[in-house]
Ligand binder design. Structure first.
Ligand code: SPD
Length: 287
């Protein structure tokens, strides 16, 4: 094993998981302590720019497409005709960019609590912010929990929760009260999708989250695993919850249209992600 010069590596130590993951860096580009969290930017040797929030890896230039495509396209394509979309969190704007690839979407409102994340992204990930000026997009800064609590009932087709881990500012996005607000704001058949951490490392959280979604009244769930090269364990997930109706499949022809502009997502990937690995099935079925 090589003797690593620690000053050249950013390491996310994931104490709760007993693991750590490192990326080699050229230099630190920026650092800002916002009222909510510490946001750092690095230039890496092989992954492009890298955003870290409170010591946790968020986004790199090279691999963010896995996460942003999987938190956006499966939910939008599982809905028959999504017109009004809300993104809670998502300040780096990568999810917004993916949502705007859907021609049927008429409005997308993004509410992140921390303007510093978007300022950093505009500077260091301009490609993620390329669609911010789309006339269908509204980028706001504020409390997404309050926004959902006050949203008009049955006014939204898809709510995407692109938050940090369930600690600090992201914590309130993983509970019954928040899911109840989302349920009320969704139209019948509407879909809530949330980043749901690593099925390998964080199964108790994932199970708790699924139970909370069902207990507030969502009708049907899908948890889709996907590779996430720079998060703990390298395996991540999104969980979709549908209001009033069961999932029926997805719009395959439209999925292939979207796939013309995607790096990871296509209809085969969508089918594959719907096949639940046994260790996840057993955990979800256990009562
Ligand atoms: N462990 C990190 C989980 C963070 C998920 N959100 C990433 C934001 C990308 N838009």
């Amino acid at each position: 094993m090589a003797n690593l010069d620690q000053s050249k590596w950013f390491t996310e130590i994931s104490d709760r998981d007993g693991s750590a993951f490192s990326l080699r860096i050229n230099k630190k580009l920026d650092e800002k302590q916002s009222p909510f969290q510490k946001v750092e930017m690095f230039e890496t040797t092989d992954f492009g720019n890298l955003m870290i929030i409170d010591g946790c890896t968020m986004v790199s230039t090279r691999e963010n497409f896995f996460y942003h495509e999987m938190i956006s396209h499966p939910a939008l394509l599982a809905h028959p005709n999504p017109k009004n979309v809300v993104i809670i969190g998502g300040g780096d704007c990568g999810t917004l960019r993916e949502v705007l690839k859907h021609p049927g979407v008429e409005t997308v409102t993004q509410i992140d609590i921390d303007e510093v994340v978007t300022q950093m992204s505009l500077k260091y990930f301009p490609e993620l912010c390329a669609s911010n000026n789309d006339t269908r997009a509204t980028v706001m800064f504020g409390d997404g929990i309050k926004y959902m609590r006050e949203a008009a009932s049955e006014s939204i087709d898809v709510v995407i929760v692109d938050g940090t881990d369930p600690v600090g500012p992201g914590e309130g996005l993983f509970n019954h009260a928040f899911y109840t607000s989302c349920l009320n704001a969704l139209r019948p058949g509407g879909i809530l999708v949330q980043q749901s951490e690593s099925p390998l490392m964080h199964m108790p959280l994932l199970v708790e989250m699924r139970e909370a979604m069902l207990s507030v009244g969502f009708n049907d769930l899908q948890t889709l695993p996907f590779p996430q090269p720079i998060y703990p364990s390298g395996l991540w997930s999104v969980t979709l919850a549908r209001k009033s109706q069961a999932f029926y499949g997805f719009r395959e022809a439209d999925a292939e249209q979207v796939a013309q502009q995607s790096e990871y997502y296509n209809s085969g990937i969508h089918h594959g992600a719907l096949a639940t690995p046994n260790f996840m099935k057993r955990a979800f079925d256990k009562k």
